[in-house]
Design a protein around this ligand. Structure first.
Ligand SMILES: Nc1ncnc2c1ncn2[C@@H]1O[C@H](COP(=O)(O)OP(=O)(O)OP(=O)(O)O)[C@@H](O)[C@H]1O
Length: 605
Protein backbone atom coordinates (compact mmCIF):
# COMPACT_ATOMS: atom_id res chain seq x y z
CA UNK A 1 0.00 0.00 0.00
CA UNK A 2 1.51 3.37 -1.02
CA UNK A 3 0.60 6.28 1.17
CA UNK A 4 2.93 8.75 -0.49
CA UNK A 5 0.07 10.44 -2.14
CA UNK A 6 -0.99 11.47 1.35
CA UNK A 7 1.40 14.39 1.04
CA UNK A 8 -0.70 16.06 -1.58
CA UNK A 9 -3.79 15.01 0.26
CA UNK A 10 -2.62 16.61 3.49
CA UNK A 11 -1.76 19.72 1.58
CA UNK A 12 -5.32 19.79 0.44
CA UNK A 13 -6.92 18.92 3.70
CA UNK A 14 -7.83 22.47 4.59
CA UNK A 15 -9.30 22.85 1.18
CA UNK A 16 -11.32 19.74 1.90
CA UNK A 17 -12.53 21.04 5.19
CA UNK A 18 -13.29 24.38 3.55
CA UNK A 19 -14.98 22.43 0.81
CA UNK A 20 -13.27 24.53 -1.88
CA UNK A 21 -12.03 21.40 -3.60
CA UNK A 22 -14.23 18.38 -4.17
CA UNK A 23 -13.26 15.24 -2.23
CA UNK A 24 -11.43 12.87 -4.56
CA UNK A 25 -9.97 9.42 -4.06
CA UNK A 26 -6.47 10.79 -3.66
CA UNK A 27 -7.19 12.82 -0.60
CA UNK A 28 -9.51 10.27 0.96
CA UNK A 29 -6.89 8.43 3.12
CA UNK A 30 -5.66 11.71 4.60
CA UNK A 31 -9.21 12.62 5.39
CA UNK A 32 -9.72 9.27 7.04
CA UNK A 33 -6.48 9.58 9.00
CA UNK A 34 -7.46 13.08 9.99
CA UNK A 35 -10.77 11.73 11.23
CA UNK A 36 -9.07 8.97 13.18
CA UNK A 37 -6.14 11.04 14.48
CA UNK A 38 -7.34 14.64 14.72
CA UNK A 39 -4.44 16.94 13.95
CA UNK A 40 -2.76 14.44 11.63
CA UNK A 41 -2.69 16.95 8.75
CA UNK A 42 -1.08 19.69 10.82
CA UNK A 43 1.54 17.36 12.30
CA UNK A 44 2.38 15.85 8.94
CA UNK A 45 2.69 19.31 7.31
CA UNK A 46 4.80 20.53 10.22
CA UNK A 47 7.16 17.54 10.04
CA UNK A 48 7.45 17.95 6.30
CA UNK A 49 8.22 21.65 6.47
CA UNK A 50 10.51 21.66 9.52
CA UNK A 51 12.28 18.29 9.30
CA UNK A 52 11.67 17.43 5.68
CA UNK A 53 10.32 14.07 6.93
CA UNK A 54 7.37 12.63 5.12
CA UNK A 55 5.22 10.93 7.77
CA UNK A 56 3.20 9.13 5.10
CA UNK A 57 6.27 6.86 4.59
CA UNK A 58 5.99 5.80 8.22
CA UNK A 59 2.27 5.31 7.96
CA UNK A 60 2.68 3.10 4.88
CA UNK A 61 4.95 0.83 6.97
CA UNK A 62 3.09 1.03 10.27
CA UNK A 63 -0.34 0.08 8.97
CA UNK A 64 0.71 -3.17 7.27
CA UNK A 65 2.90 -4.01 10.28
CA UNK A 66 -0.05 -3.50 12.60
CA UNK A 67 -2.22 -5.68 10.36
CA UNK A 68 0.39 -8.44 10.37
CA UNK A 69 0.77 -8.39 14.17
CA UNK A 70 -3.00 -8.45 14.68
CA UNK A 71 -3.46 -11.29 12.21
CA UNK A 72 -0.64 -13.36 13.69
CA UNK A 73 -2.01 -12.81 17.21
CA UNK A 74 -5.38 -13.99 16.06
CA UNK A 75 -3.77 -16.97 14.30
CA UNK A 76 -1.72 -17.80 17.39
CA UNK A 77 -4.83 -17.77 19.54
CA UNK A 78 -6.76 -19.80 17.03
CA UNK A 79 -3.92 -22.32 16.70
CA UNK A 80 -3.62 -22.48 20.49
CA UNK A 81 -7.33 -23.12 20.87
CA UNK A 82 -7.20 -25.69 18.08
CA UNK A 83 -4.24 -27.52 19.62
CA UNK A 84 -5.80 -27.36 23.07
CA UNK A 85 -9.00 -28.82 21.68
CA UNK A 86 -7.18 -31.53 19.80
CA UNK A 87 -4.53 -32.51 22.34
CA UNK A 88 -5.79 -31.39 25.73
CA UNK A 89 -8.66 -32.36 27.95
CA UNK A 90 -10.34 -29.80 30.18
CA UNK A 91 -12.48 -29.69 33.26
CA UNK A 92 -14.35 -26.46 33.95
CA UNK A 93 -15.35 -25.21 37.38
CA UNK A 94 -17.91 -22.44 37.76
CA UNK A 95 -17.59 -19.69 40.30
CA UNK A 96 -20.83 -20.65 42.03
CA UNK A 97 -19.61 -24.15 42.72
CA UNK A 98 -17.97 -24.82 46.09
CA UNK A 99 -15.18 -26.54 44.25
CA UNK A 100 -14.16 -23.17 42.86
CA UNK A 101 -13.25 -21.79 46.27
CA UNK A 102 -11.59 -25.06 47.23
CA UNK A 103 -9.53 -25.07 44.00
CA UNK A 104 -8.46 -21.48 44.56
CA UNK A 105 -7.40 -22.28 48.12
CA UNK A 106 -5.39 -25.24 46.90
CA UNK A 107 -3.82 -23.30 44.04
CA UNK A 108 -2.93 -20.46 46.42
CA UNK A 109 -1.06 -22.97 48.55
CA UNK A 110 1.02 -24.18 45.55
CA UNK A 111 4.44 -22.94 44.47
CA UNK A 112 2.90 -21.66 41.24
CA UNK A 113 1.15 -18.90 43.20
CA UNK A 114 4.38 -17.76 44.79
CA UNK A 115 6.07 -17.78 41.36
CA UNK A 116 3.31 -15.95 39.47
CA UNK A 117 4.18 -12.45 38.28
CA UNK A 118 0.70 -11.06 38.83
CA UNK A 119 -1.37 -12.30 41.72
CA UNK A 120 -4.71 -11.44 43.22
CA UNK A 121 -4.77 -10.72 46.96
CA UNK A 122 -7.81 -12.12 48.72
CA UNK A 123 -8.75 -11.46 52.35
CA UNK A 124 -8.82 -14.79 54.10
CA UNK A 125 -12.10 -16.11 55.40
CA UNK A 126 -12.38 -15.64 59.12
CA UNK A 127 -12.38 -19.21 60.32
CA UNK A 128 -9.25 -20.16 58.44
CA UNK A 129 -7.25 -17.34 59.94
CA UNK A 130 -8.86 -17.27 63.34
CA UNK A 131 -7.42 -20.71 63.84
CA UNK A 132 -4.05 -19.66 62.49
CA UNK A 133 -3.85 -16.51 64.54
CA UNK A 134 -3.94 -17.91 68.03
CA UNK A 135 -0.25 -17.36 68.48
CA UNK A 136 0.23 -15.88 71.95
CA UNK A 137 2.62 -13.17 70.66
CA UNK A 138 0.10 -12.06 68.04
CA UNK A 139 -2.66 -11.97 70.65
CA UNK A 140 -0.47 -10.00 73.07
CA UNK A 141 0.42 -7.53 70.33
CA UNK A 142 -3.29 -6.83 69.88
CA UNK A 143 -3.72 -5.88 73.55
CA UNK A 144 -4.42 -2.20 73.93
CA UNK A 145 -4.12 -0.01 77.02
CA UNK A 146 -5.91 -1.34 80.08
CA UNK A 147 -5.81 -4.91 78.75
CA UNK A 148 -8.45 -4.19 76.11
CA UNK A 149 -8.25 -6.50 73.17
CA UNK A 150 -8.12 -4.69 69.82
CA UNK A 151 -9.66 -6.88 67.16
CA UNK A 152 -8.52 -4.63 64.29
CA UNK A 153 -4.88 -4.97 65.35
CA UNK A 154 -5.23 -8.71 65.64
CA UNK A 155 -6.91 -9.07 62.25
CA UNK A 156 -4.30 -6.80 60.63
CA UNK A 157 -1.67 -9.41 61.38
CA UNK A 158 -3.27 -11.85 59.02
CA UNK A 159 -1.71 -11.84 55.57
CA UNK A 160 -4.07 -12.05 52.60
CA UNK A 161 -4.14 -15.12 50.43
CA UNK A 162 -2.40 -14.71 47.07
CA UNK A 163 -3.90 -16.39 44.04
CA UNK A 164 -2.70 -16.31 40.42
CA UNK A 165 -4.43 -13.55 38.50
CA UNK A 166 -6.61 -14.10 35.40
CA UNK A 167 -4.96 -15.82 32.47
CA UNK A 168 -3.16 -19.07 31.84
CA UNK A 169 -0.79 -20.59 34.39
CA UNK A 170 0.85 -23.97 34.56
CA UNK A 171 1.90 -26.28 37.36
CA UNK A 172 3.01 -29.84 37.93
CA UNK A 173 1.13 -32.37 39.98
CA UNK A 174 2.26 -35.98 40.33
CA UNK A 175 4.85 -35.40 37.61
CA UNK A 176 2.22 -34.27 35.12
CA UNK A 177 1.91 -30.87 33.52
CA UNK A 178 -1.39 -29.07 34.09
CA UNK A 179 -2.62 -25.76 32.78
CA UNK A 180 -4.95 -23.64 34.73
CA UNK A 181 -6.90 -20.90 33.00
CA UNK A 182 -8.78 -18.36 35.08
CA UNK A 183 -11.16 -16.13 33.13
CA UNK A 184 -14.30 -14.04 33.45
CA UNK A 185 -17.43 -14.44 31.37
CA UNK A 186 -20.50 -12.34 31.16
CA UNK A 187 -23.72 -14.10 31.72
CA UNK A 188 -27.28 -12.81 31.33
CA UNK A 189 -30.07 -13.89 33.66
CA UNK A 190 -33.72 -13.21 33.17
CA UNK A 191 -35.87 -12.60 36.20
CA UNK A 192 -39.40 -11.60 35.29
CA UNK A 193 -39.13 -8.75 32.82
CA UNK A 194 -35.60 -7.83 33.90
CA UNK A 195 -32.47 -8.99 32.18
CA UNK A 196 -29.47 -8.82 34.42
CA UNK A 197 -25.90 -9.14 33.19
CA UNK A 198 -23.55 -10.89 35.58
CA UNK A 199 -19.84 -11.47 35.38
CA UNK A 200 -18.86 -14.96 36.37
CA UNK A 201 -15.50 -16.46 36.91
CA UNK A 202 -14.58 -19.73 35.27
CA UNK A 203 -11.69 -22.04 36.04
CA UNK A 204 -10.43 -24.40 33.39
CA UNK A 205 -8.04 -27.13 34.39
CA UNK A 206 -6.34 -28.66 31.37
CA UNK A 207 -4.04 -31.57 31.01
CA UNK A 208 -2.22 -33.00 28.03
CA UNK A 209 -3.96 -35.94 26.40
CA UNK A 210 -7.47 -36.75 25.33
CA UNK A 211 -8.75 -37.97 28.67
CA UNK A 212 -10.00 -35.81 31.53
CA UNK A 213 -8.99 -38.51 34.01
CA UNK A 214 -5.82 -36.76 35.27
CA UNK A 215 -7.76 -33.52 35.79
CA UNK A 216 -10.52 -35.41 37.60
CA UNK A 217 -7.94 -37.13 39.79
CA UNK A 218 -6.47 -33.75 40.58
CA UNK A 219 -9.89 -32.44 41.59
CA UNK A 220 -10.42 -35.45 43.82
CA UNK A 221 -7.08 -34.77 45.43
CA UNK A 222 -8.07 -31.13 45.99
CA UNK A 223 -11.33 -32.22 47.61
CA UNK A 224 -9.57 -34.65 49.94
CA UNK A 225 -7.02 -31.97 50.79
CA UNK A 226 -9.82 -29.59 51.71
CA UNK A 227 -11.72 -32.24 53.66
CA UNK A 228 -8.67 -33.07 55.74
CA UNK A 229 -8.26 -29.40 56.46
CA UNK A 230 -11.89 -28.94 57.44
CA UNK A 231 -12.65 -32.28 59.02
CA UNK A 232 -13.34 -30.70 62.37
CA UNK A 233 -15.55 -28.05 60.83
CA UNK A 234 -19.26 -28.00 60.13
CA UNK A 235 -20.23 -26.32 56.91
CA UNK A 236 -23.42 -24.28 57.13
CA UNK A 237 -25.38 -23.38 54.03
CA UNK A 238 -28.34 -21.13 53.57
CA UNK A 239 -30.44 -20.22 50.52
CA UNK A 240 -28.45 -17.94 48.24
CA UNK A 241 -29.42 -14.28 48.04
CA UNK A 242 -32.51 -13.64 46.01
CA UNK A 243 -30.67 -12.53 42.85
CA UNK A 244 -28.38 -15.57 43.05
CA UNK A 245 -31.10 -18.01 44.10
CA UNK A 246 -30.89 -19.90 40.84
CA UNK A 247 -27.62 -21.28 42.24
CA UNK A 248 -29.59 -22.77 45.13
CA UNK A 249 -27.48 -22.79 48.25
CA UNK A 250 -24.70 -20.54 49.37
CA UNK A 251 -22.06 -21.42 51.91
CA UNK A 252 -22.86 -19.24 54.89
CA UNK A 253 -19.90 -20.28 56.99
CA UNK A 254 -17.97 -23.18 58.34
CA UNK A 255 -17.33 -23.32 62.03
CA UNK A 256 -15.63 -25.75 64.38
CA UNK A 257 -17.95 -28.68 64.92
CA UNK A 258 -19.89 -28.40 68.14
CA UNK A 259 -19.02 -31.30 70.45
CA UNK A 260 -22.09 -33.29 71.43
CA UNK A 261 -21.03 -33.07 75.06
CA UNK A 262 -21.63 -29.31 75.03
CA UNK A 263 -25.34 -29.84 74.46
CA UNK A 264 -26.79 -30.46 77.87
CA UNK A 265 -29.74 -32.75 77.42
CA UNK A 266 -31.08 -35.90 78.88
CA UNK A 267 -28.36 -38.38 77.90
CA UNK A 268 -30.91 -41.08 77.03
CA UNK A 269 -32.56 -38.66 74.60
CA UNK A 270 -29.26 -37.76 72.98
CA UNK A 271 -28.20 -41.38 72.62
CA UNK A 272 -31.55 -42.31 71.09
CA UNK A 273 -31.26 -39.64 68.40
CA UNK A 274 -27.63 -40.46 67.63
CA UNK A 275 -28.41 -44.18 67.38
CA UNK A 276 -31.40 -43.49 65.13
CA UNK A 277 -29.46 -41.28 62.70
CA UNK A 278 -26.51 -43.63 62.78
CA UNK A 279 -28.71 -46.50 61.68
CA UNK A 280 -30.33 -44.38 59.02
CA UNK A 281 -27.01 -43.25 57.55
CA UNK A 282 -25.59 -46.77 57.34
CA UNK A 283 -24.47 -47.46 53.74
CA UNK A 284 -26.77 -50.49 53.58
CA UNK A 285 -29.81 -48.58 54.79
CA UNK A 286 -30.92 -47.29 51.34
CA UNK A 287 -31.21 -50.86 50.06
CA UNK A 288 -33.14 -51.89 53.16
CA UNK A 289 -35.59 -49.04 52.69
CA UNK A 290 -35.92 -49.68 48.94
CA UNK A 291 -36.62 -53.39 49.37
CA UNK A 292 -39.53 -52.54 51.66
CA UNK A 293 -40.84 -49.74 49.50
CA UNK A 294 -40.25 -47.14 52.19
CA UNK A 295 -38.95 -43.73 51.10
CA UNK A 296 -35.42 -43.33 52.35
CA UNK A 297 -35.99 -40.27 54.47
CA UNK A 298 -35.91 -39.44 58.14
CA UNK A 299 -37.57 -36.52 59.81
CA UNK A 300 -37.27 -35.12 63.33
CA UNK A 301 -39.22 -32.49 65.16
CA UNK A 302 -37.30 -30.68 67.89
CA UNK A 303 -39.79 -28.72 69.90
CA UNK A 304 -39.69 -26.65 73.04
CA UNK A 305 -39.29 -23.11 74.32
CA UNK A 306 -36.69 -20.79 72.78
CA UNK A 307 -33.15 -21.26 74.05
CA UNK A 308 -33.44 -24.88 75.05
CA UNK A 309 -30.92 -26.29 72.58
CA UNK A 310 -32.86 -27.31 69.45
CA UNK A 311 -30.53 -25.56 67.03
CA UNK A 312 -27.48 -26.48 69.11
CA UNK A 313 -28.33 -30.17 68.94
CA UNK A 314 -28.83 -29.99 65.17
CA UNK A 315 -25.38 -28.48 64.72
CA UNK A 316 -23.81 -30.97 67.10
CA UNK A 317 -25.42 -33.84 65.14
CA UNK A 318 -23.99 -32.42 61.91
CA UNK A 319 -20.56 -32.43 63.53
CA UNK A 320 -20.88 -35.96 64.87
CA UNK A 321 -21.87 -37.41 61.50
CA UNK A 322 -19.66 -35.17 59.37
CA UNK A 323 -22.66 -33.79 57.51
CA UNK A 324 -23.16 -30.35 56.11
CA UNK A 325 -26.12 -28.48 57.48
CA UNK A 326 -28.61 -26.68 55.23
CA UNK A 327 -30.60 -24.11 57.13
CA UNK A 328 -33.88 -22.69 55.84
CA UNK A 329 -36.01 -20.20 57.66
CA UNK A 330 -39.55 -20.21 56.34
CA UNK A 331 -39.83 -16.65 57.62
CA UNK A 332 -37.50 -15.47 54.89
CA UNK A 333 -39.85 -13.14 52.97
CA UNK A 334 -38.29 -13.64 49.53
CA UNK A 335 -38.49 -17.43 49.68
CA UNK A 336 -41.06 -18.84 47.28
CA UNK A 337 -42.32 -22.35 46.72
CA UNK A 338 -40.34 -22.51 43.49
CA UNK A 339 -37.22 -21.58 45.46
CA UNK A 340 -37.96 -24.22 48.03
CA UNK A 341 -38.31 -26.83 45.29
CA UNK A 342 -35.06 -25.75 43.75
CA UNK A 343 -33.31 -25.83 47.12
CA UNK A 344 -34.52 -29.33 47.95
CA UNK A 345 -33.54 -30.47 44.46
CA UNK A 346 -30.05 -29.17 45.07
CA UNK A 347 -29.40 -31.07 48.29
CA UNK A 348 -26.44 -33.43 48.39
CA UNK A 349 -26.97 -37.14 48.93
CA UNK A 350 -26.47 -36.93 52.69
CA UNK A 351 -27.00 -33.82 54.75
CA UNK A 352 -29.04 -32.30 57.54
CA UNK A 353 -31.77 -29.90 56.47
CA UNK A 354 -32.76 -27.63 59.31
CA UNK A 355 -36.19 -26.06 58.81
CA UNK A 356 -36.31 -23.49 61.54
CA UNK A 357 -39.39 -22.33 63.40
CA UNK A 358 -41.91 -24.07 61.19
CA UNK A 359 -44.76 -22.82 63.36
CA UNK A 360 -43.98 -19.12 63.08
CA UNK A 361 -44.14 -19.14 59.31
CA UNK A 362 -47.92 -19.10 59.59
CA UNK A 363 -48.17 -22.32 57.68
CA UNK A 364 -51.62 -23.69 58.22
CA UNK A 365 -53.66 -25.79 55.97
CA UNK A 366 -56.87 -23.95 55.31
CA UNK A 367 -60.14 -25.82 55.24
CA UNK A 368 -60.18 -25.97 51.48
CA UNK A 369 -56.81 -27.65 51.28
CA UNK A 370 -57.61 -29.99 54.12
CA UNK A 371 -60.81 -31.16 52.53
CA UNK A 372 -59.32 -31.46 49.06
CA UNK A 373 -56.46 -33.51 50.44
CA UNK A 374 -58.88 -35.58 52.44
CA UNK A 375 -60.90 -36.30 49.35
CA UNK A 376 -57.84 -37.12 47.26
CA UNK A 377 -56.51 -39.61 49.85
CA UNK A 378 -57.50 -43.25 49.45
CA UNK A 379 -60.46 -44.17 51.67
CA UNK A 380 -58.44 -46.39 54.00
CA UNK A 381 -56.03 -43.52 54.73
CA UNK A 382 -58.73 -41.07 55.68
CA UNK A 383 -58.52 -40.61 59.37
CA UNK A 384 -60.07 -37.73 61.15
CA UNK A 385 -57.69 -35.43 62.98
CA UNK A 386 -60.50 -34.04 65.12
CA UNK A 387 -62.71 -35.70 67.64
CA UNK A 388 -66.46 -35.90 67.30
CA UNK A 389 -66.79 -32.38 68.74
CA UNK A 390 -64.44 -30.97 66.14
CA UNK A 391 -61.57 -30.48 68.59
CA UNK A 392 -58.14 -31.34 67.19
CA UNK A 393 -56.66 -34.61 68.33
CA UNK A 394 -53.05 -34.80 69.52
CA UNK A 395 -50.58 -35.10 66.64
CA UNK A 396 -50.57 -38.37 64.87
CA UNK A 397 -53.45 -39.81 66.93
CA UNK A 398 -56.25 -40.99 64.70
CA UNK A 399 -59.83 -40.49 65.71
CA UNK A 400 -60.90 -43.73 67.37
CA UNK A 401 -64.40 -43.20 66.09
CA UNK A 402 -63.23 -43.05 62.49
CA UNK A 403 -64.10 -46.17 60.58
CA UNK A 404 -62.40 -47.53 57.53
CA UNK A 405 -65.69 -48.47 55.94
CA UNK A 406 -66.51 -47.08 52.53
CA UNK A 407 -68.92 -44.13 52.74
CA UNK A 408 -72.42 -44.68 51.44
CA UNK A 409 -73.67 -43.17 48.18
CA UNK A 410 -75.42 -40.22 49.79
CA UNK A 411 -72.31 -39.16 51.60
CA UNK A 412 -70.24 -39.54 48.43
CA UNK A 413 -72.63 -37.21 46.54
CA UNK A 414 -72.60 -34.70 49.39
CA UNK A 415 -68.82 -34.78 49.54
CA UNK A 416 -68.47 -34.35 45.76
CA UNK A 417 -70.81 -31.32 45.79
CA UNK A 418 -68.97 -29.81 48.69
CA UNK A 419 -65.62 -30.45 47.04
CA UNK A 420 -66.79 -28.85 43.81
CA UNK A 421 -67.91 -25.76 45.70
CA UNK A 422 -64.67 -25.62 47.63
CA UNK A 423 -62.61 -26.08 44.49
CA UNK A 424 -64.43 -23.15 42.86
CA UNK A 425 -63.84 -21.02 45.93
CA UNK A 426 -60.20 -22.03 45.99
CA UNK A 427 -59.94 -21.10 42.29
CA UNK A 428 -61.41 -17.68 43.04
CA UNK A 429 -58.96 -17.17 45.89
CA UNK A 430 -56.07 -18.09 43.65
CA UNK A 431 -57.20 -15.66 40.96
CA UNK A 432 -57.66 -12.84 43.42
CA UNK A 433 -54.14 -13.23 44.71
CA UNK A 434 -53.62 -14.54 48.24
CA UNK A 435 -51.39 -17.51 48.67
CA UNK A 436 -53.23 -20.52 49.95
CA UNK A 437 -52.26 -21.71 53.31
CA UNK A 438 -51.17 -18.43 54.85
CA UNK A 439 -53.00 -16.79 57.72
CA UNK A 440 -51.98 -13.40 56.46
CA UNK A 441 -53.15 -12.89 52.89
CA UNK A 442 -50.55 -10.18 52.31
CA UNK A 443 -47.73 -12.55 53.06
CA UNK A 444 -46.23 -14.13 49.98
CA UNK A 445 -44.30 -17.32 50.15
CA UNK A 446 -44.89 -20.91 51.03
CA UNK A 447 -48.14 -22.68 51.64
CA UNK A 448 -48.44 -25.79 53.70
CA UNK A 449 -49.16 -27.90 50.63
CA UNK A 450 -46.07 -26.42 48.98
CA UNK A 451 -43.99 -27.37 51.98
CA UNK A 452 -45.45 -30.87 52.15
CA UNK A 453 -44.68 -31.30 48.46
CA UNK A 454 -41.02 -30.54 48.92
CA UNK A 455 -40.76 -32.66 52.04
CA UNK A 456 -42.08 -35.79 50.43
CA UNK A 457 -42.79 -34.92 46.83
CA UNK A 458 -40.73 -35.31 43.69
CA UNK A 459 -38.28 -32.63 44.74
CA UNK A 460 -37.61 -34.34 48.02
CA UNK A 461 -34.12 -35.71 48.25
CA UNK A 462 -33.69 -39.21 49.55
CA UNK A 463 -31.00 -39.67 52.14
CA UNK A 464 -31.30 -36.39 53.91
CA UNK A 465 -32.06 -35.88 57.59
CA UNK A 466 -34.80 -33.31 58.01
CA UNK A 467 -34.93 -31.49 61.33
CA UNK A 468 -37.83 -29.14 61.93
CA UNK A 469 -37.74 -26.91 64.97
CA UNK A 470 -40.74 -25.36 66.61
CA UNK A 471 -41.54 -23.42 69.75
CA UNK A 472 -45.23 -24.26 69.49
CA UNK A 473 -45.68 -27.83 68.29
CA UNK A 474 -49.38 -27.70 69.10
CA UNK A 475 -49.78 -25.07 66.38
CA UNK A 476 -48.43 -27.36 63.70
CA UNK A 477 -50.75 -28.95 61.24
CA UNK A 478 -51.05 -32.70 61.84
CA UNK A 479 -50.19 -33.27 58.18
CA UNK A 480 -46.79 -31.71 58.67
CA UNK A 481 -45.82 -33.88 61.60
CA UNK A 482 -47.42 -37.16 60.64
CA UNK A 483 -45.19 -40.27 60.71
CA UNK A 484 -43.20 -40.43 57.51
CA UNK A 485 -42.58 -36.73 57.65
CA UNK A 486 -41.63 -36.63 61.31
CA UNK A 487 -40.34 -39.94 62.60
CA UNK A 488 -39.14 -38.80 65.98
CA UNK A 489 -40.29 -35.95 68.17
CA UNK A 490 -37.83 -34.64 70.72
CA UNK A 491 -38.99 -32.35 73.45
CA UNK A 492 -36.64 -29.73 74.81
CA UNK A 493 -37.52 -28.19 78.13
CA UNK A 494 -36.33 -25.85 80.82
CA UNK A 495 -33.17 -26.90 82.56
CA UNK A 496 -33.45 -29.28 85.49
CA UNK A 497 -31.00 -29.21 88.41
CA UNK A 498 -28.79 -31.75 86.71
CA UNK A 499 -28.61 -29.68 83.51
CA UNK A 500 -27.81 -26.53 85.51
CA UNK A 501 -24.96 -28.39 87.20
CA UNK A 502 -23.62 -29.64 83.87
CA UNK A 503 -23.83 -26.17 82.34
CA UNK A 504 -21.87 -24.78 85.28
CA UNK A 505 -19.16 -27.43 85.06
CA UNK A 506 -18.84 -27.01 81.33
CA UNK A 507 -18.55 -23.25 81.63
CA UNK A 508 -15.69 -23.42 84.14
CA UNK A 509 -14.02 -26.56 82.88
CA UNK A 510 -10.36 -25.61 82.41
CA UNK A 511 -9.73 -27.71 79.30
CA UNK A 512 -9.21 -24.71 77.02
CA UNK A 513 -9.99 -21.77 79.18
CA UNK A 514 -8.95 -18.27 78.43
CA UNK A 515 -9.29 -14.96 80.16
CA UNK A 516 -8.43 -11.47 79.08
CA UNK A 517 -6.36 -9.94 81.83
CA UNK A 518 -6.12 -13.29 83.56
CA UNK A 519 -6.57 -11.97 87.11
CA UNK A 520 -8.14 -14.61 89.28
CA UNK A 521 -10.26 -13.92 92.26
CA UNK A 522 -8.64 -14.82 95.54
CA UNK A 523 -9.99 -18.05 96.82
CA UNK A 524 -11.34 -19.28 93.55
CA UNK A 525 -10.10 -22.61 92.26
CA UNK A 526 -7.05 -22.45 90.06
CA UNK A 527 -8.14 -24.13 86.91
CA UNK A 528 -11.34 -22.28 86.19
CA UNK A 529 -9.83 -18.82 86.28
CA UNK A 530 -7.52 -16.71 84.20
CA UNK A 531 -4.46 -17.35 82.12
CA UNK A 532 -3.91 -18.47 78.57
CA UNK A 533 -4.10 -22.12 77.61
CA UNK A 534 -2.77 -24.28 80.33
CA UNK A 535 -2.69 -27.98 80.72
CA UNK A 536 0.86 -28.61 79.61
CA UNK A 537 1.81 -28.57 83.31
CA UNK A 538 -0.33 -31.66 83.78
CA UNK A 539 2.79 -33.67 83.01
CA UNK A 540 4.05 -32.51 86.28
CA UNK A 541 2.70 -34.65 89.06
CA UNK A 542 2.29 -31.78 91.50
CA UNK A 543 0.25 -29.87 89.01
CA UNK A 544 -1.87 -32.91 88.25
CA UNK A 545 -2.81 -33.21 91.92
CA UNK A 546 -3.58 -29.52 92.00
CA UNK A 547 -5.75 -29.89 88.90
CA UNK A 548 -7.59 -32.80 90.48
CA UNK A 549 -8.22 -30.76 93.60
CA UNK A 550 -9.46 -27.88 91.48
CA UNK A 551 -11.82 -30.25 89.69
CA UNK A 552 -13.14 -31.55 92.97
CA UNK A 553 -13.70 -27.99 94.13
CA UNK A 554 -15.42 -27.16 90.86
CA UNK A 555 -17.78 -30.09 91.27
CA UNK A 556 -18.66 -28.84 94.75
CA UNK A 557 -19.35 -25.36 93.40
CA UNK A 558 -21.46 -26.77 90.59
CA UNK A 559 -23.56 -28.67 93.13
CA UNK A 560 -24.07 -25.56 95.23
CA UNK A 561 -24.98 -23.60 92.12
CA UNK A 562 -27.52 -26.11 90.87
CA UNK A 563 -29.20 -26.33 94.27
CA UNK A 564 -30.00 -22.64 94.07
CA UNK A 565 -31.46 -22.76 90.56
CA UNK A 566 -35.16 -23.73 90.70
CA UNK A 567 -35.92 -26.92 88.83
CA UNK A 568 -37.32 -26.50 85.29
CA UNK A 569 -37.84 -22.74 85.50
CA UNK A 570 -34.94 -21.38 83.47
CA UNK A 571 -33.87 -22.25 79.95
CA UNK A 572 -30.29 -23.45 79.38
CA UNK A 573 -29.75 -20.27 77.34
CA UNK A 574 -30.70 -18.13 80.36
CA UNK A 575 -28.39 -20.04 82.68
CA UNK A 576 -25.62 -19.88 80.10
CA UNK A 577 -26.16 -16.11 79.80
CA UNK A 578 -25.84 -15.69 83.57
CA UNK A 579 -22.70 -17.81 83.76
CA UNK A 580 -21.09 -16.13 80.77
CA UNK A 581 -21.00 -12.76 82.48
CA UNK A 582 -19.19 -14.38 85.42
CA UNK A 583 -17.14 -16.82 83.46
CA UNK A 584 -13.88 -15.79 85.10
CA UNK A 585 -15.14 -16.48 88.55
CA UNK A 586 -17.16 -19.56 89.51
CA UNK A 587 -17.28 -18.56 93.17
CA UNK A 588 -18.85 -15.25 92.23
CA UNK A 589 -21.38 -17.12 90.08
CA UNK A 590 -22.38 -19.27 93.06
CA UNK A 591 -22.60 -16.24 95.32
CA UNK A 592 -24.70 -14.23 92.92
CA UNK A 593 -27.05 -16.88 91.61
CA UNK A 594 -29.59 -16.46 94.38
CA UNK A 595 -29.98 -12.74 93.68
CA UNK A 596 -30.32 -13.43 89.98
CA UNK A 597 -32.99 -16.08 90.57
CA UNK A 598 -34.94 -13.79 92.95
CA UNK A 599 -34.80 -11.02 90.39
CA UNK A 600 -36.14 -13.18 87.56
CA UNK A 601 -38.63 -15.34 89.40
CA UNK A 602 -41.49 -12.79 89.45
CA UNK A 603 -41.41 -12.62 85.66
CA UNK A 604 -41.36 -16.42 85.53
CA UNK A 605 -44.41 -16.61 87.75
N1 LIG B 1 -29.49 -27.85 76.15
C1 LIG B 1 -28.48 -26.97 75.97
N2 LIG B 1 -27.23 -27.32 76.19
C2 LIG B 1 -26.23 -26.45 76.03
N3 LIG B 1 -26.40 -25.19 75.62
C3 LIG B 1 -27.65 -24.79 75.36
C4 LIG B 1 -28.76 -25.65 75.52
N4 LIG B 1 -29.86 -24.98 75.21
C5 LIG B 1 -29.48 -23.77 74.85
N5 LIG B 1 -28.17 -23.64 74.94
C6 LIG B 1 -27.38 -22.43 74.62
O1 LIG B 1 -28.30 -21.37 74.43
C7 LIG B 1 -28.11 -20.70 73.20
C8 LIG B 1 -29.36 -20.83 72.34
O2 LIG B 1 -29.58 -22.19 72.04
P1 LIG B 1 -30.31 -22.72 70.74
O3 LIG B 1 -30.18 -21.72 69.64
O4 LIG B 1 -29.85 -24.09 70.47
O5 LIG B 1 -31.78 -22.73 71.24
P2 LIG B 1 -33.09 -23.07 70.42
O6 LIG B 1 -33.88 -23.99 71.27
O7 LIG B 1 -32.76 -23.50 69.07
O8 LIG B 1 -33.77 -21.64 70.40
P3 LIG B 1 -34.84 -21.08 69.33
O9 LIG B 1 -36.09 -21.86 69.52
O10 LIG B 1 -34.99 -19.66 69.74
O11 LIG B 1 -34.22 -21.25 67.99
C9 LIG B 1 -26.90 -21.34 72.58
O12 LIG B 1 -25.81 -20.50 72.78
C10 LIG B 1 -26.68 -22.63 73.29
O13 LIG B 1 -25.32 -22.87 73.48
Amino acid sequence: MDFRHLRSATRNVYDVTNATEPLDLQNLPASILEAIFPGYAIISRFLLQVLGFDISNLVSIAIPAFAIVTASRYLWRWAGAFLAKAFMASVFVNEDDDLHETCMEWIAAQRMSQRAKSVKAVTQRSNSWEEANLDEDVVNMAMGPGGLFNFGKWAANVPPRYEPYYGMHYFRYNGRLFFFDRSRHSNATISGSNIRANEEELLEIKCLGRSTKPARQLLEHIKTWSLEKESAMTVIRRPALREMRRHGWAKASSRPSRPMSTVVLDSGQKDAIIADINEYLHPLAPRWYASRGIPYRRGYLFHGPPGTGKTSLSFALAGVFGLEIYVISLLEPTLTEADLNLLFNNLPRRCIVLLEDVDTAGLVRNKTEALLEEEAAPTHQKKSTTDENGNPLPNGVPDPSATEEAPNNASITAMTDLTRALRASSQRQRQSGPVLGFNDPLKQGISLSGLLNVIDGVASHEGRVLVMTSNFPEKLDPALVRPGRVDMKVEFGHAGREQARELFERMFDGADEYAVGGASRPGSPKSPTGGFPRGEGDHNEGMAVEAELAKEELRGLARRFSEQVPDKRFTPAEIQGFLLTRRKDPVKAVEEVEGWVNQLMPSKE
